[in-house]
Design a protein around this ligand. Structure first.
Ligand code: PEP
Ligand code: MG
Length: 589
């Protein structure tokens, strides 16, 4: 069975039936169906058309009663559109003859109708085309909803497949039901990838024509270690899969055995190893003894998994739960960082042609200060129950930090008046992820207690490479000398100011890079929980002298390839050390 090679964005191996999901709010998934599934698919389409027809009838009757039959007419037309025999024959033929799913067939019909109507007489018929396709769009929604409900109700674990690696595609099902994720598009640093890694789910992207090759429920093997997949794997592939999984588990056991000890670099001392969390439920998926606290709670995911904004009380309870679970360790809560590829379904914002440079993070919450105030109130109330730190995303200028300070103090005063216990000391930090901040670090340090470098964004902005665009994925290179030198300059500025500096971007979970960051002087690294054991092993294995030698070489490097070579050497040494330990453990065991 040939493997299809692709790009790994999250390691691990898994095997299971595939489930194709809709990856974007405005796109239906298309997949192939088996001959024996044709009749069921036709009935599914019938049921969706019937349910939309009923909704239209109810709305028509309501409008007719309120304002008269004339205005209700369009809804009657919509009902007739759904009964059009020509359209229906086209759909049946797509399902029966081409064997594509009902959503795919309807989506194609919508495309054709839009084109035909659009051609009739240019721009002026656009409204008419939209009217003609609107009832069919409702059918696609009904189909996708029923598909999601059926999938949610069934119990099995699945490999999710989607066109794009969006956070929605990864979180389509509760994570305990997701064996792995495979997509046509997506990059290592897109938020979907970040989520897959933090869930510890193997994930492979860049499989061209994936959805056209898949049938719902087909067995798929995802090899996130080698960046490849196999459809309906044969005996040989399955045997290799079992062997590799057993050896992977053995290494993980060795790393796990050391993971509760502090990371102490020989000759340098301890380095805080913190966890990046997306949900307060994440604390149930790993051993908190493996980390020294939470370095980044991406609160937007608390908002993303809901249908309305969470209230102050709900947020307070979520933060409290995390603080309790962290058992005395610090918890860094980042304010809402929506925008870019993180859109809330219930907070529609204007379409932007350049969302990464648009209305994102602090830019949104400083404008919609109610959002910020609710979050600050919840976080401050939670600070009465443990060590809480506030982190601000997408900071570009000092003014923004000062504006947050004002809201912060007003909120504190308001809470005190209302009799809430708020900690006297809530350290405030900023994300260093927009290049402008590199030139105002000293000013920022005068206003904040700590910084945390968000390399996922810093790399995209420094190199002018969209972190979500597959076309330029090859240019998104955290090993670019400019990135290395910028990181070193930031650490140096923090040292001069006597302030704490962390790195919480994905770069820190690469163990060789983590060693370099420790060498630069960062005092904390924050990574997805699955990376904690390996990181602790690396930081406790390489000595300060080795780290500084590697750093010196890397800072002198003139190309990303040179940097890669030096990091590759470090990685090889670490692999060898891990293998030695694994063998020793086996002998002792
Ligand atoms: C980053 O940009 O590196 C970061 C940690 O934030 P996010 O990935 O959520 O944008
Ligand atoms: Mg960021």
């Amino acid at each position: 069975m040939p493997f299809i090679s692709a790009v790994s964005v999250s390691p691990g191996l898994c095997l299971g039936p595939v489930h194709v999901v809709r990856a974007r709010l405005d796109a239906a998934p298309i997949w192939s169906i088996r001959a024996q599934e044709v009749e069921a698919e036709i009935s599914r389409l019938d049921r969706a058309v019937e349910s939309v027809t009923k909704v239209l009838e109810r709305r028509r009757a309501d409008v007719a009663a309120a304002v008269g039959e004339r205005d209700a007419g369009i809804l009657g037309v919509h009902q007739m559109i759904l009964q059009d025999p020509g359209a229906r024959a086209e759909l049946d033929s797509a399902i029966r003859d081409e064997r594509i799913n009902a959503e795919g067939a309807v989506e194609r019909l919508i495309g054709r109708l839009g084109e035909t109507m659009g051609r009739l007489d240019g721009g002026s018929t656009r409204g008419y085309a939209a009217d003609m396709t609107e009832p069919w769009r409702a059918v696609v929604s009904a189909l996708s909803l029923s598909d999601k409900e059926t999938t949610l109700q069934s119990a099995g674990k699945v490999v999710l497949a989607a066109a794009e690696l969006t956070p929605e595609a990864v979180t389509f099902l509760p994570r305990e039901r997701v064996l792995g994720v495979v997509t046509e598009a997506g990059g290592r640093f897109s938020h979907g990838a970040v989520l897959a890694r933090s869930f510890g789910i193997p994930c492979v992207v860049g499989v061209s024509n994936l959805l056209a090759r898949l049938e719902q429920n087909m067995q798929v093997l995802v090899d996130g270690d080698r960046g490849r997949i196999a459809l309906e794997p044969d005996e040989a592939a399955l045997t290799e899969f079992d062997e590799r999984r057993a050896s992977r588990d053995a290494r993980l056991r060795v790393l796990g055995a050391h993971a509760s000890r502090p990371a102490e670099m020989p000759g340098r001392g301890p380095i805080q190893v913190l966890a990046n969390l997306e949900s307060t439920r994440d604390v149930d998926t790993f051993d908190v003894a493996h980390c020294d606290g939470t370095g980044l709670l991406r609160t937007e995911f608390l908002y993303l998994e809901r249908t309305v904004f969470p209230s102050e009380e709900e947020q307070f309870r979520m933060y409290r739960r995390l603080i309790d679970a962290m058992d005395g360790r610090p918890v860094t809560i980042r304010t809402l960082d929506i925008g870019g590829d993180k859109q809330l379904p219930y907070f529609r914002t204007p379409k932007e042609s350049n969302p990464a440079l648009g209305w994102r993070g602090m830019r949104v919450t400083l404008e919609w200060q109610d959002l910020l105030r609710v979050q600050l109130r919840a976080l401050m109330r939670a600070s009465g129950h443990g060590q809480v730190r506030l982190l601000l995303p997408m900071i570009t200028s000092l003014d923004e930090v000062q504006a947050v300070h004002r809201v912060f103090e007003e909120t504190r005063a308001q809470l005190a008046e209302q009799g809430y216990a708020v900690s006297d000391h809530i350290p405030v930090g900023v994300m260093i992820e927009v290049p402008s901040t590199l030139w105002i670090l000293d000013d920022l340090f005068s206003e904040v207690d700590f910084i945390s470098v968000g390399t996922n964004d810093l790399v995209q902005y420094l190199l002018a490479v969209d972190r979500d665009n597959v076309l330029v994925a090859g240019l998104y290179d955290p090993q670019h000398p400019a990135v290395i030198r910028a990181l070193s300059a930031i650490a140096e500025a923090a040292r001069r100011a006597g302030k704490s500096a962390a790195v919480c971007g994905e770069i820190a979970s690469d163990e060789a890079m983590a060693v370099l960051l420790a060498g630069m002087g960062y005092d904390a690294l924050s990574v997805n929980p699955t990376a904690l054991p390996r990181l602790k092993f690396a930081l406790s294995t390489v000595s300060r002298a080795e780290a500084e030698a590697a750093l010196e070489a890397v800072l002198a490097a003139r190309s990303a390839d040179e940097v890669r070579m030096i990091l590759g050497g470090l990685r090889e040494n670490l692999d060898a050390a891990l293998l030695r330990d694994a063998e020793n453990e086996t002998e002792i065991g």
